[in-house]
Design a protein around this ligand. Structure first.
Ligand code: NAP
Length: 326
């Protein structure tokens, strides 16, 4: 069967698919959206997609119109906001993701952003690289200690929990908000969304992007955050209104921010690029050799499972199994 892999991968994912007898087409790193859609519409049973590949109802309709039998879309990410799940389910296409294996790598990046943002690291690096470091001074590049501060987690799932543990190791008090409320197995206090905004010294975002969470943190929510607090976003860019964030940083209402994800990736809101109190990373939460290899392993296994008629380990639309007798 034919499988389209949207970008070159490290590890053995592609060779495993080929060794299983499939015809695997690997697109180039910088392919256009049109090239991606054409490759799918030309006929394939499986797609190994990236979070940067929009797969909307239009794409699904085009594959259907071409009369082809796409059966599985295996997204090389835990987030799947790039895919229209309803359209896939209606078309009988199984969608899978790669949870767990990227939890620690992403929490490590959130922790890195927290420390860099709290300790004014971008300003320090800039001072040095611009040749303005004239020696140690008692009042220079002051930041804040994490110890004793409150870390608020928005979205207490896998990565939120891993981040909370890291915050606790730094001596931070943990509070969290998730829609389903307090989790009995967790030692930390669940709080309302309004309470989370009001009480966090650092707010770290770990919920998925969907129609409910787009601009969940906008001007009004930023205003409700403590003066001098810090915002960390390693989840998805559109959860935060970047223009409002830039304003809150410019006025000093927020002390700093650490971002791995952006509203219009790969674009970054221009004002943020110029600020010294923002740490900006190019969406590298899961970018370790070990994690990316494990993600490839899960993504390839999902395709092999579905094409062999087995249930994959991480379907995001399990209801499709009731509709299509897989
Ligand atoms: P997860 O285990 O599903 O956790 C997400 C949590 O968010 C759930 O516990 C959910 O709990 C909560 N949630 C959902 N909607 C919410 C809302 N409106 N308000 C508050 N909480 C809400 O997912 P995960 O594995 O931790 O991954 C989280 C996200 O991180 C992914 O969706 C992805 O976008 C992002 N991510 C980014 C990178 C990167 O490279 N930067 C890497 C990996 C993942 P309730 O249902 O109880 O609300």
């Amino acid at each position: 069967m034919r499988i389209v892999v949207s970008k070159p991968l490290i590890g053995s994912a592609v060779s495993r698919l080929r060794e299983s007898g499939h015809d695997v087409v690997v697109l180039s790193e910088n392919h256009s959206q049109e090239a991606f859609v054409e490759a799918i519409a030309a006929g394939c049973e499986g797609v190994l997609s990236m979070l940067s590949d929009p797969i909307g109802a239009d794409v699904i309709a085009r594959t259907r119109a071409a009369g082809k039998s796409l059966r599985v879309i295996s997204n090389y990410a835990v987030g799947y906001n790039n895919i229209d799940i309803k359209a896939c389910t209606e078309a009988g296409i199984v969608v899978t993701n790669t949870p767990d294996v990227l939890t620690d790598a992403t929490a490590d990046i959130a922790l890195t952003l927290l420390l860099m943002a709290m300790r004014s690291i971008p300003a320090g690096m800039k001072l040095l690289s611009e040749g303005r470091f004239t020696g140690w001074r008692p009042i220079c590049l002051l930041g804040h200690d994490p110890r004793g501060k409150t870390l608020g987690i928005l979205g207490m799932g896998r990565i939120g929990i891993a981040m909370a543990r890291r915050g606790e190791a730094l001596g931070m008090k943990i509070i969290y908000h998730s829609r389903s409320g307090a989790k009995a197995e967790l030692p930390w206090a669940h709080i309302s969304f309004a309470g989370l905004l009001a009480e966090s010294d650092v707010l770290s975002i770990h919920c998925p992007l969907n129609s409910e969470t787009k601009h969940l943190i906008g001007a009004a929510e930023l205003e409700k955050m403590k003066r001098g607090s810090v915002l960390i976003n390693t989840a998805r860019g559109p959860i935060v209104d970047e223009a409002a964030l830039a304003d809150a940083l410019r006025t000093g209402h927020l002390f700093s921010a650490g971002l791995d994800v952006y509203e219009r990736e790969p674009e970054v809101y221009p004002a943020l690029m110029k600020m010294e109190n923002v740490v900006l990373l190019p969406h590298m939460g899961s970018s370790t050799y070990e994690t990316r290899e494990a993600m490839g392993g899960l993504a390839a296994s999902a395709i092999l499972d579905v094409l062999a008629g087995r249930r994959p380990s991480h379907p995001v639309n399990p209801e499709v199994f009731e509709l299509a007798s897989l």
